[in-house]
Ligand binder design. Structure first.
Ligand code: PMT
Length: 404
């Protein structure tokens, strides 16, 4: 399973004997590197204890709708925003019926209404209950709303019956989850992305840099791999683990980043500039550590190459996406950058006061020539997947407009 590493999976457990298999499911998901949070209904707790699930997931298990430890006591909203996917396994006939009717009378049903991520159900129940027209109608309705039903499998059941209603095995469920993250929207596309800060030396021990951690750019690189692209990541100094299945080049200065991008840009379909490139460098770098003898010292700075601007001016340019880091007038300033640099798209974020830089979450305004969309506050991985989906949609629209 290639795509589950670092994915945030919300596992909902409802009341049914198959709940014992969910323990193994959590263990296997963690082995894949996924981050798992478990939400249990009251009746699920009769079949397996929250303590077991807490020990296996390494996180507190959530059971109550009103959670006083959550920010604003709205655990369902926090959990819905946190996850990349919701899997309910086992999903009982009762839970399917409640979900069909949009009920929100416990934590799990409420967060299913609040989540805007893929929702997967692994039904598990007695075969007669599954075949009942009421359950079949519910299954059809849920599927028509975009909810994915995984199984149920056919076979012998805990109650002694034989027939459809067994929950799929944990290994099969993991295979389906992995599939959720393979979108293939950028298959056969080459994508070059910059990420992280650059450093401009002052002397052998000091440099000018900024607060970029590289998280946003690395998340976009991962999302692009999931979308099937061939990805080249050109990264300034970060402390992050390099993404898998990505060709990484590590650089330090803006000029090194510029050269690495220009070497790679031929045959590139998409260029994304998520790096916080130092706009200026020192005109001269002192050979020895500068001594603190004077009350004031002057540093003469000169402009670094504008990597994004240069790529967008190529003929023909790749589909070029910039980022705009602003402390004020976000939309206005970002739009100016979009137009002045002749970009196809720009992702604008507010920075400063613990926003944008360094943090695990962010909020983006995606702007293009005749439109924009706001991506609400969410983990950077989730924003990255949404951004990649928006880019893929624009490229496909552009391509089909050119062929007609
Ligand atoms: O790395 P994180 O901690 O996760 O933080 C993410 C982020 C805030 C760094 C990221 O979301 C972001 O906004 N990146 C762009 C930061 C930036 O330098 O913005 P800018 O508005 O100064 O630059 C505009 C664009 O020009 C950017 O796409 C930048 O990469 C590009 N640029 C800037 C200068 C330069 N010499 N060459 C460039 O290519």
């Amino acid at each position: 399973m290639a795509y589950l590493k670092h994915k945030r999976i919300l596992l909902g457990i409802t009341g049914g004997i198959a709940a014992y298999k969910s323990a193994d499911l959590v263990r296997r998901l963690r082995e894949q590197g996924a981050d798992v949070r478990v939400v249990m209904t009251r009746s699920a707790c009769e079949f397996i204890t929250p303590l077991t699930m807490q020990a296996l997931s390494g996180r507190p298990v959530h059971t109550e709708l009103l959670d006083y430890s959550a920010e604003a006591a709205m655990g369902h909203i926090e959990l819905a925003r946190w996850c990349d996917v919701v899997l309910i396994a086992p999903a009982s006939a009762n839970f399917m019926a409640r979900l069909t009717h949009g009920q929100a009378d416990d934590l799990l049903s409420t967060l299913c209404l609040a989540a805007s991520v893929p929702l997967l159900l692994a039904p598990a129940m007695n075969q007669q209950m599954w075949l009942n027209p009421a359950t079949q109608d519910n299954a059809r309705l849920l599927t028509s709303r975009g909810i994915t039903l995984l199984g149920p499998a056919d076979g012998s059941q805990a109650c002694g019956d034989t027939g459809p209603g067994r929950m799929l095995e944990p290994g099969d469920l993991i295979g389906h989850l992995d599939h959720v993250f393979q979108t293939n929207t950028l298959t056969a596309k080459k994508l070059v992305i910059t990420a992280g800060p650059t450093r401009e030396d002052i002397d052998p021990v000091r440099f000018i840099s900024n607060r970029s951690s590289g998280r946003m750019g690395y998340a976009v690189a991962r999302a692009a791999v999931e979308a099937g692209a061939e990805v080249v990541l050109i990264s300034g100094p970060t402390s992050l683990e390099l993404p898998e299945r990505v060709f990484c080049q590590q650089v330090v200065t803006a000029r090194q980043m510029h050269d690495a991008v220009m070497n790679e840009i031929r045959d590139t379909d998409i260029f994304i500039a998520a790096a916080a490139v130092a706009d200026y460098r020192c005109s001269t770098i002192a050979d020895q550590k500068i001594k603190k003898t004077d009350a004031f010292i002057n540093l003469t700075l000169e402009k670094n190459p504008d990597i994004l601007g240069e790529v967008a001016s190529l003929s023909p340019p790749p589909f070029t996406v910039g980022f705009a880091a602003e402390t004020e007038a976000l939309l206005e300033n970002a739009r100016k950058k979009l137009i002045n640099k002749k970009l196809d798209m720009i992702a604008a974020n507010l920075v400063g006061d613990n926003r944008g830089f360094e943090s695990e979450d962010n909020e983006l305004q995606i702007i293009w020539k005749d439109g924009n969309i706001k991506l609400d506050h969410a983990p950077k991985e989730k924003l990255a997947r949404n951004l990649v989906a928006i880019i893929a949609k624009h490229i496909h629209e552009k391509n089909s407009a050119q062929t007609h």
